[in-house]
Design a protein around this ligand. Structure first.
Ligand code: CU
Ligand code: ZN
Length: 179
């Protein structure tokens, strides 16, 4: 009788240990919001834009989070371009806007038929040249982001001109990679 009570106590202890282990594992792996890919932005020739942009996998889309600095104050076109190649001094090697659905250029809050996949609109830099970003994008598909380029432009994206919003030269470029 004493022996069987000891066995029962051991079994309970084992179950508790197993439950705690499972909870810990769930906490480590179950948090999708910590899954992200990232682009480190470097300046094109003659410019000073630097920074890092992360793309988090979240419910219903992608959360775009990061900060650029070294920009002139004001709005700067902000896009994903189709080629993950920032090698040209002016970053023209990154090609045109990422446009998987062959749609027209548009605003980031337009539906998927009225914007390019890569149309992230504008960043706004303050007087200190820093432009923080934290927004939700419901058109981008997280699994398709690695290998695309993140581009920042000298001028605002007007969100309507075709094919690219008339945002002027490319001042910063980075390729999206797994961390
Ligand atoms: Cu662009
Ligand atoms: Zn576009």
């Amino acid at each position: 009788m004493i022996r069987s009570r000891g066995l029962a106590a051991s079994a309970v202890l084992l179950l508790v240990t197993a439950a705690v282990t499972l909870l810990a594992a769930a906490a480590l792996t179950g948090c999708n919001s910590e899954e992200y890919v990232v682009a480190k932005i470097a300046p094109t020739q003659g410019n000073t834009a630097t920074g890092e942009i992360r793309f988090y996998k979240v419910e219903g889309g992608v959360r775009v989070v990061g900060k650029l600095e070294g920009l002139s104050p004001g709005l700067h076109g902000f896009h994903l371009h189709e080629k993950g190649d920032c090698s040209a001094p002016d970053a023209m090697s990154a090609g045109g806007h990422y446009n998987p659905a062959a749609t027209p250029h548009g605003a980031p809050d337009a539906d998927s038929a009225h914007r390019h996949g890569g149309d992230l609109g504008n960043l706004e830099a303050g007087a200190d040249g820093k432009a923080p970003v934290d927004r939700m994008d419901r058109v981008l598909v997280y699994e398709n982001l690695v290998g695309l380029a993140v581009l920042v432009h000298a001028n605002p994206d007007d969100l309507t001109s075709q094919p690219a919003g008339n945002a002027g030269p490319r001042v910063g470029c980075g390729v999206i990679a797994r961390r």
